[in-house]
Write a new protein. Structure first.
Length: 264
């Protein structure tokens, strides 16, 4: 039995580096699972689109696909556009079996990567003192994702024994400037921003520039194609692929009505 194809679905950007990270993830996943068909697609700005990728897979004889949304702030519900893509694919290809996994989400393992990126940024800028942290993300997520992201901020704060506030770039919550101002109101002066972004999208650059203008001593790079991200993508894929397995229960149910019990 051939495993379903894994198609990552990213947000896309006009910055070529965003696509490069997605392709790096694909290459890494392909190296980890050589027998798996791994592909990356984008919802906007970049090509190929999800529909274009799936169209090519169908020409290759693929009949099952798992879409894995590359979102860090959503824990349960993927972006509505990903759901829209799955509906579109089912309508275009009635014989294609499509499953949408949970998004990557704000998993605790990603705090390790966040720390690595921030340490590298602090070293580059020769920062020796910190007294405040901001956890900056692209946008608010679903209810579970927002709760988990707030929990990650508390865990990050506890780990470093520093106050930490969250910020979002899409206007749905406190901006990075508001978070920095909040920490300054507490008397904090040496504030670093940890970027809970997968790639350097336009929102990341906006938040980064704003943070530096507001006096942040350092802003970390996005998480990128870290091994921890790949592990989470594979975990989401494996769970969603289970929905495509046929255990033959339908055949058993078809047989049940034909059986009769005689009660003496």
């Amino acid at each position: 039995m051939t495993a379903p194809a894994l198609v990552m679905v990213g947000m896309g950007s006009t910055d070529a580096q965003v696509a490069q990270v997605a392709h790096s993830l694909r290459q890494g996943l392909q190296g980890m699972r050589p027998g798996l068909s791994v592909h990356c697609s984008f919802l906007d700005h970049c090509s190929p689109s999800t529909a274009q990728v799936v169209s090519q897979l169908i020409k290759q004889g693929i009949t099952e696909v798992v879409l894995v949304p590359l979102q860090l702030t959503h824990a349960i519900d993927p972006d509505e556009r990903v759901i829209g893509q799955s509906v579109k694919l089912r309508n275009l290809y009635p014989d294609l079996r499509v499953s949408v996994s949970r998004p990557v989400g704000p998993e605790v393992s990603l705090l390790t990567v966040l720390d690595q990126r921030l340490r590298a940024s602090l070293a580059t800028h020769r920062v020796l003192e910190l007294d405040g942290l901001v956890l900056s993300s692209a946008r608010s997520g679903d209810v579970r994702g927002n709760a988990l992201l707030a929990r990650r901020a508390r865990q990050w704060s506890t780990h470093h024994r520093l106050p930490c506030l969250t910020a979002v770039a899409d206007g749905s919550g406190p901006s990075v400037s508001q978070a920095i101002q909040g920490l300054r109101a507490q008397g904090r002066r040496h504030i670093a921003v940890g970027s809970f972004f997968l790639t350097a999208t336009e929102l990341f650059h906006t938040q980064s520039d704003l943070a530096l203008r507001c006096g942040a001593v350092s802003v970390s790079e996005p998480l990128g194609s870290a091994h921890e991200v790949m592990d989470l993508i594979l975990a989401r894929y494996a769970f969603a692929a289970m929905d495509l397995l046929d255990f033959g229960f339908d055949d058993i149910e078809d047989e049940v009505p034909a059986r009769h019990l005689t009660i003496a």
